[in-house]
Design a binder for this molecule. Structure first.
Ligand code: ADP
Length: 648
């Protein structure tokens, strides 16, 4: 039994108040068939919405079986509504995308998370549409659509069916049919309340309530009420399975998206491009970084390189000339006097023309001592490194880099061959290990010969360009660095004002760290740019979801009327945006992977896709779906059922 006590509903429109219900007291007994009639604007629909728990009265009490429920929350109202009340609207309010039987079963999505199409089919059979289960609303006549809506109102076995002008849009034949069905339902014990302005409909009811100006004008019993169904609400408590619930939302979201393929594809595009960019950028950045790291690790780490800094810095060199040039003696003194030195190799560099047979090639010549092999990790892959004896005797022996082997020896093993360096004959004694290029100059385009040979026979230098010094431990490097500078400045009598510039000791570990840092920064920068495009993609999704919410306002109203809680609507829209972004994300990963492969094939850049970046991109896109989906989804969930239903 439903009892309304002095219900008032006041709409405020600016300064004026509209008293849609001005104190209605009404009792509706179980099993009754009540028609509510009255002129337009008399408050019939408002009363219906209050009765149907779609709207809350401004003041007054609403009691179900003596229990006061007018102050319970929106979501609790939704649950109560779907368990007890079925709705039939003048506009039918069927979802166009769904078939008849799916429309009928839709309320079950909210009451038991699973649409039982068999039960839906039985109900359609009962309203005479057993042969139309798979028709869509636009393939049905108005009367048939209203019968589908009646079947839908019955799907949760309601105690009461509320019909708002159910025959208002129908021809007279359909009207008779609909009324017959309603009467039948009432005979089964279901309470029926019909709002109508048609006298014929009112005359069919067992009780006729007339309204005027928001008040009950008359209340007339015309026939005894039916025996009510004996059903208590407790029977209907359904066990919830949260996983199935979420799965169902995703399934529904997926279907909605499939129904709007072009729009879905367009909203996916942003995420797709963003994710592809992130994956590709990270792969290219990581590839470059690995390359640099590889070529750096080939240098040896506890390495100091001493050079005269003056030459490159101008000033000092021009004034003091040869005083800042390093000599072989400097190297000897450093080795003698500085602590913790593991190895030391003076070196000269220059360019020279090399030749073998009829092949010519311009390359870098390095002249150094035997210690260079260990310090620079230059153990030959074929043959041997030269000895100190080779150096002392100024022997004409040479080690060649991989590029030289390729360019002038045609890839053949050159060991033992005689080649020319600046027209002087040298015997090849070994092949240097490959060091790669890594964005720098080609480190394999080089030949290495004994230091004295280089100085006096090839390059004509009486000084050395640099001294490589390997220190015992990383900890000792700083100290050694200072001692070396002090010693060398003293030896060359560099005035204190110029000591900063005359010589420099470069620490390979520092350079390594700096370069690695740079390449990391670069990779991050690339990824950040790509991430921005992801965010833009997210905004695209949000846009389209917002449009979709507006467009589906009526649908949201209907879903709420048939029992969807706020969170059901929220999750439904969220699931849609997550599905869009996750599918876009997966497609983006594939595209990014393709781009990466193409780039390394076409441009020849090193690339490296990491599982981490793929995971990151996926995670990112899913997060974007949630983040940018929340606002539209929240907006949808907060729509008022009545206003949403009335939205045009
Ligand atoms: P009926 O269904 O009998 O035609 P309604 O219940 O729809 O009447 O409306 C009763 C009164 O309340 C009318 O004067 C109508 O203009 C007003 N009304 C209904 N809904 C709103 C609303 N959302 N905002 C302001 N006024 C409203």
């Amino acid at each position: 039994m439903i009892e309304l006590r002095d219900i008032k509903k006041i709409y405020r429109m600016g300064d004026t108040e509209v008293h849609a219900l001005a104190g209605v007291s009404l009792t509706i007994e179980d099993g009754d068939f009540v028609a509510i009639m009255g002129p337009s604007g008399s408050g019939k629909s408002t009363l219906m919405h209050v009765l149907g728990l779609l709207d809350v009265p401004t003041t007054g009490q609403y009691l179900i079986d003596g229990k006061e429920i007018s102050q319970i929350g929106e979501d609790d109202l939704a649950v109560l509504r779907r368990n007890t009340i079925g709705f039939i609207f003048q506009q039918f309010n069927l979802l166009a995308r769904m078939t008849a039987v799916e429309n009928v079963s839709l309320p079950q999505l909210y009451s038991r998370q699973k649409m039982d199409l068999k039960w839906g089919g039985e109900l359609l059979e009962r309203v005479g549409l057993g042969t139309r289960l798979d028709h869509r609303p636009n393939q049905l006549s108005g009367g048939q659509q209203q019968r589908v809506a009646i079947a839908r109102s019955l799907v949760n076995k309601p105690l009461m069916v509320l019909a708002d002008e159910p025959t208002g849009n129908l021809d007279s034949v359909s009207e008779v049919e609909i009324l017959r069905i309603l009467k039948e339902l009432n005979d089964d014990g279901i309470t029926i309340v019909v709002v109508t302005h048609e006298e014929e409909v009112g005359q069919q009811a067992k009780r006729l309530v007339r309204m005027r100006d928001g008040k009950v004008q008359s209340d007339e019993r015309r026939a005894p009420k039916s025996v009510p169904t004996s059903r208590s609400l407790a029977d209907e408590a359904v066990r919830k399975n949260p996983y199935r619930e979420v799965l169902e939302y995703f399934y529904q979201g997926f279907r909605t998206l499939l129904a709007n393929k072009v729009r879905t594809a367009l909203s996916m595009l942003g995420i797709l491009i963003g994710v592809a960019a992130v994956v590709a950028m990270l792969a290219i950045g990581r590839g470059a970084q690995k390359d640099i790291e590889a070529s750096l690790s080939s240098l040896g780490s506890n390495l100091l390189v001493l050079r005269s800094g003056a030459i490159r810095r101008g000033g000092v060199a021009q004034e003091s000339g040869s005083t800042t040039r390093l000599t072989l003696e400097d190297a000897e003194k450093i080795e003698e006097q500085v602590a913790n030195i593991k190895g030391l190799a003076p070196a000269v560099q220059g360019r020279a023309q090399v030749a073998f047979g009829n092949k010519n090639w311009s390359t870098q010549v390095i002249g150094t001592t035997g210690a260079y092999e260990k310090i620079r990790a230059y153990t030959p892959v074929v043959g041997r490194f030269f000895s100190d004896e080779d150096n002392q005797r100024r022997n004409r022996v040479v080690l060649v880099g991989a590029t030289i082997v390729r360019e002038i020896f045609g890839g053949q093993d050159p060991v033992g061959e005689m080649m020319k360096i600046n027209k002087v004959s040298f015997q090849v004694v070994g092949v240097l290990p490959e060091k790669g290029s890594g964005g720098f100059r080609d480190q394999d385009d080089t030949v290495v010969i004994p230091l004295l040979t280089a100085m006096y026979r090839v390059l004509g230098k009486t000084y050395v360009d640099s001294i490589d010094i390997e220190i015992e431990t990383p900890e000792a490097m700083e100290q050694a660095q200072e001692e070396i500078l002090e010693l060398i400045n003293a030896r060359h009598r560099v005035p204190p004002s110029q000591q900063q510039q005359a010589f420099e000791v470069r620490n390979m570990a520092d350079i390594q760290a700096a370069l690695t840092d740079t390449s990391k920064t670069l990779a991050l920068l690339l990824a950040a740019i790509a991430a921005i495009s992801l965010v833009v993609g997210g905004i695209g999704i949000m846009n389209i979801m917002l449009v979709s919410v507006t467009e589906r306002t009526k649908e949201i109203g209907l879903r709420k009327a048939i029992g969807a809680r706020k969170r059901d609507i929220l999750l439904q829209f969220l699931a849609e945006s997550v599905v869009v972004s996750v599918i876009g994300g997966i497609a983006g990963i594939l595209l990014g992977w393709g781009v990466t492969v193409a780039v390394s094939l076409i441009a020849g850049w090193a690339t490296s896709i990491s599982a981490g970046s793929v995971f990151l991109a996926f995670f990112f896109s899913a997060t974007i779906g949630v983040v940018f989906g929340i606002y539209p989804a929240k907006k949808a969930s907060e729509l008022h059922p009545i206003q949403a239903l009335r939205y045009e």
